[in-house]
Ligand binder design. Structure first.
Ligand code: C5P
Length: 319
């Protein structure tokens, strides 16, 4: 609870986390399994306007377009969707919703508000059926990690969760963004199921995020944080928020920074409890959330009661 209040105010630190989470963070820092080598400069004191300006200047949503090796030689230029992700949705998307999968969204009655947005982004295997009252039922984009494509438990090829939506997949690549290394040794091999799905469903927009986009966002989080953050990719949630900030005029994010309903229940749709889901062990989640707290233009009451953060679209930012 004390940590939650500090998060709402924006002055939380990893030192306030449960010792178990602090230990896990330390282990990830020492392992540095993606070979992160941060060369940027710390600029932790930026104002909201300066932060937005930095985001607008640097964040470029990028997906694999088949123009670079090894993908160019594998015929990916013809395999990826002809229309780039950035040009797929109408330019006039006014407000968009990002719905995290946090357990805290249960009993929120946010469903109607969420569905009133022009586009709705959801994550991984988070369902709507049976949870409409709290999470709504509209899905425009779904961001999926490579485990969704490779773990048979998720039934990627036949589950309705992955049909009739724009799919955006990602997998942790080396920080160097060396595509050869990544192709040879992805975290989970998403390339084979991606090719298969593109061949079978050529009309469904389906993209893979470029590692440069992912690590660019990591650099921005580290740059704007005083502490050393976990050297692992940002969470799907953070990737999704920045994607929608690039596509929409305004983004409403639900239960990313937790509301008063905060709970250790990891996901609203499964009975699994772990504080790491909300505060981070592998992903630099605490720091992602502190950054979003600094960018929030919404009312403090909406943050507490709805777990809602309101962010401007990057196109509208004036520097
Ligand atoms: O767990 P999963 O990655 O599928 O959840 C989607 C996103 O929702 C996460 O990447 C994270 O950003 C956010 N989330 C959260 N708190 C939780 C569960 C998920 O902030 N308890």
């Amino acid at each position: 609870r004390a940590l939650l209040r500090r998060l709402w105010k924006g002055d939380a630190s990893a030192r306030m986390l449960h010792p178990r989470l602090q230990k896990a963070m330390g282990a990830y820092l020492r392992a540095n399994k993606h070979g992160v080598n941060f060369r940027g400069r710390r600029a932790a004191g930026r104002s909201r306007a300066e932060l937005l300006c930095a985001l607008r200047g640097r964040v470029r949503v990028r997906t694999l377009d088949g123009s670079e090796p090894p993908f160019s030689a594998l015929g990916w230029r013809a395999l990826v969707p002809a229309v780039p992700l950035g040009r797929l949705l109408p330019h006039g998307l006014r407000t968009c919703a990002v719905v995290t999968s946090a357990g805290a969204i249960l009993n929120s009655s946010l469903g109607e508000e969420i569905d009133s947005h022009d586009a709705v982004l959801r994550f991984n295997s988070a369902p709507t059926r049976g949870y409409e009252k709290d999470v709504g039922n509209k899905t425009t984009v779904r961001i999926i990690n490579s485990q969704i494509l490779t773990n048979p438990r998720h039934h990627f090829t036949d589950s309705s969760l992955y049909k009739d939506v724009i799919l955006v997949a990602w997998d942790p690549a080396p920080y160097s963004a060396n595509l050869h290394l990544w192709y040879k040794k992805p975290d989970y091999n998403l390339f084979t199921p991606y090719v298969q799905h593109r061949q079978r469903n050529p009309n469904q927009p389906f993209y893979i995020l470029h590692p440069k986009f992912i690590w660019q966002l990591w650099d921005i989080i580290q740059e704007n944080t005083k502490e050393k953050i976990q050297p692992n990719p940002p969470s799907s949630g953070f990737l999704g928020i920045l994607l929608m900030m690039s596509l929409c005029s305004e983004v409403h994010v639900y239960e990313y920074i937790p509301s008063v309903r905060q709970t250790d229940l990891c996901h609203y749709h499964e009975p699994y409890y772990d504080a790491a889901c909300t505060l981070g062990a592998y992903h630099p989640l605490l720091y992602e959330k502190l950054l979003m707290q600094r960018l929030n233009t919404g009312a403090q009451g909406d943050l507490h009661r709805k777990g809602k953060v309101v962010l401007p679209g990057l196109r509208a930012v004036r520097c």
